[in-house]
Design a protein around this ligand. Structure first.
Ligand code: HEM
Length: 410
């Protein structure tokens, strides 16, 4: 059995987590087998790392026992940052339902079918701008697709695109020195505060414009909610930061990991491309399962005596849901390390588990992936990745910063 100290250092090691994937897989397999609710004595009061699929599912379904309102990031955020971050992802009912409802209509399958053509036009424009025979796939394609789409949905003009990307990179990838060179706690807090303040300034300007002239976009909906739902300026700011961050920092990694997997497993790629629409639904879920762009989320125990299996918890205890491990749980997935684009059923938890906090953008992310891969392979049938990805130093996002690709232009 892996000792407590090693569990703590391996789970927390930002570099090991990303680079050594075979060893990482063995480590999580041994945790699931021997110590599936491992106590990790790190942070103010430590946390339990839940690595089995069944536990992650059950905790997500019991918000009355395991709440989100004390924060869902693995460690408490500094007080200064809590002014800007969180929104309804870090809330419980009734506030959670009140806020989520303001935008949820815009993210249903039905509402999204009306923007499919916009997504296609966006992807087409991005493909037109790609260099002729090779590039960094992340900056030229994978990051741009979800970024432009969430910006369009919110109503953010193209002139802010570069800054939005830079700011969300800082907010979600702060512990990578490429995004925040000063890694001291003051350096991190000041970079994140500055990024948040500039995002809020953009929101405030756009909100004023929408008050004067409403549009068919999410900022107009937030402005309307300001009156109708008593949305406070601070709630509105957190809402905006959550949507721009979640909307672009996650799907980008699913697209990048997806292309890398399809390059590594050419027989899977050939099968998918032999009948794109037939295999797309299962192929997309399999990429999400294997890539698991969001590594974990936290919950807090709401009262003494809460049980999960044979483990009893006390009020205030923290549990962390390790989605990447749940998605390789051999008791649920046959041959969990195989990348199989026909896997069905595929009850992965990459978007969280069905429950009040299930990812609001799941339909949107799937639609973006469907359109992005189809149009990418139509335009560049021989596109493939070169070498290994340059991965984000982090253990919250399973991120790819740079990924070299080559292709023949038509
Ligand atoms: C929540 C993953 C794309 C918006 C979540 C959660 C996960 C997740 C794991 C947390 C669930 C929990 O705490 O139980 C992903 C992945 C994505 C993706 C892997 C892409 C592949 C998106 C997109 C949006 C989005 C495109 C667009 C706005 C949100 C929001 C929440 C959320 C607003 C909070 C929901 C709530 O607390 O009610 N997502 N997400 N996500 N996601 Fe996503």
């Amino acid at each position: 059995m892996v000792g407590t100290e090693s569990v703590a250092s391996l789970l927390m090691d930002l570099d090991w987590w990303q680079y050594r994937s075979a060893e990482r897989d063995d480590f999580f397999a041994s945790l699931r087998r021997e110590n599936p609710r491992a106590f990790v004595p790190v942070g103010t009061r430590g946390f339990w790392a839940l690595t089995r699929h069944a536990d992650v599912l059950e905790v997500s379904r019991r918000p009355e026992d395991f709440c989100s309102g004390e924060g869902t990031q693995i460690f408490d955020q500094p007080a200064k940052l809590r002014e800007y971050r969180g929104s309804f992802i870090d809330m419980d009912n009734p506030e959670h339902a009140r806020l989520r409802k303001i935008v949820s209509r815009g993210f249903t399958n039905k509402a999204l079918s009306s923007i499919r053509e916009d997504i296609e036009a966006t992807v087409s424009e991005i493909l037109d701008g790609m260099p002729s025979d090779g590039c960094d796939f992340v900056s030229e394609f994978a990051a741009l697709v979800p970024l432009r789409i969430i910006d369009n949905l919110l109503g953010i003009p193209r002139s802010h695109e570069a800054f939005i990307l830079e700011a969300t990179n800082v907010l979600l990838g702060a512990v990578d020195p490429e995004y925040v060179p000063d890694q001291s706690s003051e350096g991190l807090a000041s970079a994140m505060t500055a990024a948040s303040k500039r995002l809020i300034a953009i929101l405030n300007d756009l909100a004023e414009e929408r008050i004067a002239e409403p549009q068919d976009d999410l900022i107009t909906r937030l402005v309307a909610a300001n009156d109708a739902e008593n949305l406070t300026p601070q709630e509105m700011a957190k809402f905006f930061i959550l949507l721009v961050g979640a909307g672009n920092e996650t799907t980008r990694n699913a697209i990048s990991h997806g292309l890398h997997l399809l390059t590594k497993y050419p027989e899977q790629r050939d099968k998918w491309l032999s009948d794109y629409d037939r295999y797309a639904p299962t192929a997309i879920e399999e990429i999400l399962r294997i890539a698991s762009p969001v590594v974990h989320m936290r919950r807090t125990v709401t009262h003494d005596g809460v049980r999960l299996g044979d483990q009893e918890f006390n009020k205030g205890d923290k549990v962390v849901l390790w989605y990447g491990s749940a998605n390789r749980d051999e008791s649920v997935f046959e041959n969990p390390y195989d990348f199989d684009i026909t896997r069905d059923p595929n009850p992965h938890l990459a978007f969280g588990a069905p429950g009040p906090h299930f990812c609001l953008g799941a339909h949107l992310a799937r639609l973006e992936m469907h359109v992005a891969f189809r149009m990418l392979f139509e335009r560049f049938p021989d596109i493939h990745t070169i070498g290994e990805p340059d991965v984000l130093r982090a253990n919250f996002l399973n991120g790819i910063k740079h990924l070299r690709v080559e292709y023949t232009a038509p």
